[in-house]
Design a protein around this ligand. Structure first.
Ligand SMILES: [Cu+2]
Length: 232
C-alpha cells in the first residue's frame, strides 16, 4: 500500500469514529431550554425529573391507587433496551431484554432502564389511573448509553398494561412489552416472543447517520483499493 493510500484510509476511519462518538442530539437540550442556568444535574418538578440523559414523567412513590389500602410489595425491575436484544426476534430491530413482567396488586414498581444503544429509548406504561397519572401514563426515557430509574404504584385489578418505546418506529420494530398486574387479563398483540402481530410489519432498512457513514466509508475504501490495484 502506498503512503498516500494509508493516509486516506486513516482519515476516513477517524471521521467515522468521530461521527459515532458524537454526543446525542439531546445533550445540550437542557441548556437550550433553560437559558438562565437551571441546575446542572437535573431538575425535580413534582413527578417529573429531567436532565440531559434521562427523563422520568409521572413518578409516584407514595400516592395509593383508590383500590389499594397499602403498598403490597416493592418490586424492582431492571430492563435493558437495545438493538442486541432484537436478534432473538426475526423482523424486529429494537427490543427489551424481557417483554413481560408480572407484579402483585398494589405493588410499588421501580424500573431501572439500561439503554445499551447510542440512541434514545423509553419504557412507557399506559392505562394507569388518570387521577394519579396524567394521560394514564408513566414514562422513563434514557438517551444514549446510560441508565435511569423511576417509580410508580399499580392498582389492584388484574390487568395487562401496554409498555412500549415511543421513539418513532421503535414500538413497530419490536420495542413493545406487557406489564401484568396480579396475572393480568390476557396477552396484548404484537409482543415479541409472546403474541403474533395483528398485521405483519413491512421490513425496511433504517438509514441512520451511522449506517450511512459506514456505507460511505465502505464504498470509498472499495473504490480507493480498486484504483490502487489498477495502477499497479
Ligand atoms: Cu426505543
Amino acid at each position: 500500500m502506498s503512503a498516500a493510500l494509508v493516509v486516506v484510509l486513516a482519515a476516513m476511519l477517524a471521521t467515522s469514529a468521530a461521527a459515532q462518538d458524537a454526543p446525542p442530539e439531546a445533550a445540550h437540550a437542557d441548556h437550550a431550554e433553560h437559558p438562565h442556568g437551571g441546575h446542572e444535574h437535573g431538575e425535580d418538578m413534582g413527578g417529573m425529573e429531567m436532565n440531559a440523559q434521562r427523563t422520568v414523567m409521572n413518578q409516584n412513590t407514595d400516592r395509593l391507587p383508590r383500590d389499594c389500602t397499602a403498598i403490597s410489595q416493592d418490586v424492582n425491575l431492571t430492563v435493558h433496551a437495545g438493538k442486541a436484544y432484537a436478534a432473538a426476534f426475526p423482523g424486529t430491530m429494537y427490543a427489551y431484554d424481557a417483554h413481560e413482567w408480572d407484579v402483585p396488586a398494589c405493588a410499588r414498581v421501580t424500573v431501572s432502564l439500561v439503554n445499551d444503544d447510542h440512541v434514545r429509548h423509553q419504557w412507557m406504561v399506559h392505562g394507569l389511573p388518570r387521577y394519579l397519572y396524567p394521560e394514564g401514563m408513566f414514562h422513563l426515557e434514557v438517551s444514549g448509553k446510560s441508565q435511569g430509574s423511576g417509580t410508580f404504584i399499580v392498582p389492584s385489578a388484574k390487568k395487562t398494561y401496554l409498555v412500549h418505546c415511543d421513539v418513532p418506529q421503535h414500538a413497530e420494530k419490536g420495542m413493545k412489552a406487557q406489564l401484568k398486574v396480579a396475572g393480568g387479563d390476557g396477552d396484548l398483540p404484537s409482543i415479541p416472543g409472546i403474541s403474533a402481530p395483528v398485521e405483519p410489519d413491512a421490513y425496511s432498512t433504517r438509514w441512520d447517520a451511522g449506517a450511512i457513514a459506514l456505507a460511505a466509508v465502505a464504498g470509498l475504501a472499495g473504490l480507493v483499493l480498486s484504483l490502487a490495484a489498477l495502477r499497479r
